[in-house]
Design a protein around this ligand. Structure first.
Ligand code: 13P
Length: 336
């Protein structure tokens, strides 16, 4: 077993998943303003430190994705954030892309940037304690999109990113996110997501990326959020499994889904059925941002000094996601 494969398995095995706390300062400011909290470096740290020191981290979170600001911050007790995460048994990770920018010659689409100087930045992040990384590409679905150009460009940069990350002895999370915005059907989401993921693997293979040392972070197969096509949870799990079975090479150790705007309960329930019906060799788990933090953020904003209430909410959410990753979640446990 390679070192990278070991790290990947460590992060996603035994019902553990990933806490995606890597919101850029811009995104975090929007999230904090929505609950009437000032977005200062101190407040961003306080919320994150509160989550990272919760009990829920111990058995439910195998890895935490950080933003550049956070990986360099120190807790009120003088511990570095990567040390705090490691002391709970989880692995620190870092978002390394610099965001999705307009794609030349297809301006309504995006290509993710951040390759310039990446090798040097990776070296610094490794020294700070990171052992895995994330890069997100986004695609929209409409009559004409995603275009071949967007699918090709993003796959190419994702592969170059992944190769550089492995060269730096870290595990790349490869995140091609087909957005749920729009009125498309679940079947269209299935065919477009399959095309996107297949192209990513074509490029990963071309760039000689060790597929046993990556984690794939895809969207689930859902109907667009403005679609009249309401599909059942069973269908979501069937179509998601069909997509992954047909487009992901067997060497990949696991899949950690993004929540992508689903509610906390939807993201939990859908993962639970996917894991229950999992007829692939891949581990299925979560790499949630909003679906792990939304309720905790709401409670915290009412009194940012009351850490216990925030931690209780987070512990429950993390526990429910962990049960879902094992296919053991139920409504009764959710509401107990
Ligand atoms: P959400 O779970 O909120 O979609 O965030 C996951 C993520 O990391 C997006 O890049």
């Amino acid at each position: 077993m390679s070192e990278l494969n070991k790290i990947a398995l460590n992060i996603i095995s035994k019902g553990r998943g990933i806490l995606a706390a890597d919101e850029s300062n811009g995104t975090m400011t929007k999230r904090l303003m929505a609950v009437n909290v000032n977005s200062t470096p101190e407040n961003r740290l306080l919320f994150r430190e509160t989550l990272f020191s919760s009990m829920g981290m111990k058995e439910c979170i195998g890895g935490v994705i950080l933003f550049d600001e956070t990986i360099k911050q120190t807790t009120s007790l003088g511990k570095s954030i990567p040390d705090l995460i490691s002391s709970s048994g989880a692995i620190p990770g870092i978002k390394v892309d610099t965001g999705a920018k307009d794609l030349a010659n297809s301006f309504e689409e995006k290509v993710t940037e951040g390759l310039d100087g990446l090798r040097e930045r990776l070296k610094k992040y490794y020294e700070l304690g990171a052992r895995f990384t994330k890069w997100r590409a986004v695609y929209t679905i409409s009559d004409k999109y995603p275009s071949k150009l967007a699918i090709h460009s993003n796959a190419h940069v994702l592969a170059r990113y992944a190769a550089l990350v492995q060269e730096s002895r870290m595990v790349p999370i490869v995140e091609p996110e087909v957005l749920m915005d729009g009125d498309h059907s679940a079947d269209l989401c299935l065919s477009k997501t399959s095309e996107v993921i297949k192209k990513c693997f074509d490029e990963l293979i071309l760039h000689k990326v060790d597929l046993s040392g990556i984690i794939l972070k895809p969207n689930m197969i859902l109907a667009g959020n403005q679609s009249k096509d309401k599909i059942s949870k069973e269908e979501i799990s069937e179509k998601t499994l069909e997509c992954l079975k047909n487009s992901v090479p067997s060497e990949v150790p696991g899949v950690a889904f993004l929540s992508g705007g689903q509610s906390e309960i939807e993201a939990t329930e859908n993962l639970n059925l996917i894991s229950k019906n999992n007829n692939t060799n891949f581990i299925m788990t979560y790499s949630y941002g909003r679906a792990l933090q939304q309720s905790a953020l709401k409670i915290w904003s009412k009194n940012i000094k009351d850490l216990e209430k925030t931690q209780n909410i987070f512990n429950h959410r993390a526990k429910m996601c962990s049960l879902a990753a094992k296919g053991e979640w139920s409504n009764e446990l959710e509401n107990k």
